[in-house]
Design a binder for this molecule. Structure first.
Ligand code: FAD
Ligand code: NAP
Length: 404
């Protein structure tokens, strides 16, 4: 094979370059990114980029030196605008094109926008430029209204509160973190925000926005210096759909991260895939480590290594001193067992009716839960049915359960 092209220079695109070289691929790699920057890390954008002094600086995933060492031809500031499967070529926004033997699509996701009247007044956060704009606006005493009590909304609320802003979060659902985060953990997050002075309004919809106010459905009007929407992200599938690839909640891949076209793969936020270890379910994950893991699987398969994607989903969120982590898929485990090492720390284990561990979710200060969630992740990967008494007793080492 002589050439691999990658569309999208984010986490999945960068990781694929590293993985291709680590597996001995010596041919050409062209990495196409529509942003004007080399691949950088997104998680800091809602956290350190806002809380640290000075203008946010990108945290590089693939800097000039590494790109040169890996012999990756990085084309910044150029968008892929069409894929021709027949010619095995990608047309670019600058009028040129790139041919490929294998292609990886790693186009990520884009923020959903509010469709109500005045929705254009709400800013969103996805890119380094977005973070620069928000950081400028988060001055001491300014009023920040955040629509959406998901991860972006809550991480930004925590960062804005740390900067001395007056923050309100508006969530339409009856509670924050409604999807994917168990209620017991969401309650701890909610309480911590209120302790920091953030007003968290749940179960209330929006009427409309103006430049300086959020009008709620119940008639309340909230004055705002800045309005931000953190209402979810949509997979960036436009190019793939135009090229005729199957789409199913993202670019539809099989268990090898291969799309409906044999020489085209996809990875990261834009892709859905079949998870062989978790009930052969089709899933799409919007998380940092998942993007890395999927890119690694896709890279290995582009080189003919026949790998099934089977890594256990995992993600984290940092808010204030609290770290929340989730491994596996909690919704797949209807039986919940709680472990409470101390007042501020809780870990929930989510077991299937046959006792198999399907997910673990936890929250606590600093690193308090990291080790137990890691051990739970290893148990999920092994398909273990751990002893409930040991899970529930913080005095007993979870490590003992790994023996099977
Ligand atoms: P992206 O990182 O979005 O990269 C896709 C790239 O493709 C973009 O640069 C885009 O411009 C480019 N692109 C799109 N279309 C084209 C085209 N046609 N031509 C060329 N280039 C194109 N996850 C966690 O697990 N924990 C966290 O704490 C966490 N925090 C986050 C905080 C923020 C503010 C955000 C936005 C995300 C966070 N995430 C977190 C999620 C994580 O960053 C993403 O899951 C990850 O970045 C996905 O990587 P990706 O490569 O699939 O997509
Ligand atoms: P998200 O986690 O999906 O949360 C969006 C939230 O907004 C949901 O609670 C959603 O409720 C709510 N919402 C939707 N429409 C609304 C409306 N009209 N009014 C009020 N609330 C509304 O998405 P996100 O926080 O926007 O994050 C965007 C992307 O960044 C995702 O890919 C996310 O994974 C990523 N990210 C991840 C992390 C992390 O993992 N730590 C941190 C930051 C960002 P419904 O459930 O009803 O839709």
């Amino acid at each position: 094979m002589k050439s691999i092209a990658i569309i999208g220079a984010g986490m999945a695109g960068a990781r694929a370059c590293i993985s291709l070289r680590a597996n001995g691929y010596a041919g050409a790699i062209t990495l196409l990114g529509e942003e004007d920057l080399l691949p950088y890390d997104r998680p800091p954008l809602s956290k350190a980029s806002i809380t640290q002094e000075g203008e946010p600086q990108p945290v590089w995933l693939l800097d000039e030196t590494i790109a040169r060492e890996l012999k990756v031809d990085v084309r910044k500031g150029v968008a892929a605008i069409a894929i021709s499967q027949g010619e095995k070529a990608v047309a670019l926004s600058n009028g040129s094109s790139v041919t490929y033997d294998k292609l990886l699509i790693a186009t990520g996701a884009r923020p959903r926008t509010l469709s109500i009247a005045g929705g254009e007044h709400a800013l969103t956060l996805r890119t380094h430029d977005d973070a620069i704009e928000l950081r400028k606006r988060f001055a001491v005493g300014s009023s920040i209204i955040i629509i959406g009590g998901g991860f972006i909304g809550l991480e930004l609320a925590s960062s804005a509160a740390k900067r001395g802003c007056h923050v309100t979060v508006v969530e339409a659902q009856p509670r924050i973190l409604m999807r994917g985060v168990p209620e017991a953990i969401a309650r701890i997050v909610h309480a911590r925000h209120e302790q920091a002075g953030v007003a968290v309004l749940t179960g209330v919809g929006l009427s409309h926005l103006t430049k300086a106010a959020v009008h709620l459905e119940d008639g309340r009007v909230l004055a705002a210096d800045t309005i931000i929407a953190g209402i979810g992200a949509a997979p960036e599938t436009t190019l793939a759909a135009m090229a005729g690839l199957a789409i199913d909640n993202g670019i539809a891949c099989d268990q090898h991260m291969r799309t409906s076209s044999p020489d085209i793969y996809a990875a990261g936020d834009c892709a859905s895939f079949i998870h062989v270890r978790l009930g052969n379910r089709r899933m799409r994950l919007e998380a940092w480590r998942s993007a890395q893991d999927q890119a690694t699987t896709a890279a290995e398969n582009m080189l003919g290594l026949a790998r099934q994607h089977s890594s256990v989903p995992w993600f984290w969120s940092d808010q204030y001193e609290l770290s929340l982590q989730i491994a596996g898929v909690p919704e797949m485990g209807p039986v919940t067992v709680a472990r409470k090492p101390n007042e501020q720390t809780i870990i929930l284990f989510h077991l299937a009716s046959d006792g198999a561990l399907m997910g673990a979710s936890g929250i606590g200060p600093g690193n308090a839960i990291a080790r137990d969630i890691k051990l739970a992740e290893m148990m999920i990967a092994k398909g273990l049915k751990p002893l409930v008494d040991v899970l529930a007793d913080p005095g007993q080492q979870l490590k003992s359960l790994l023996k099977g």
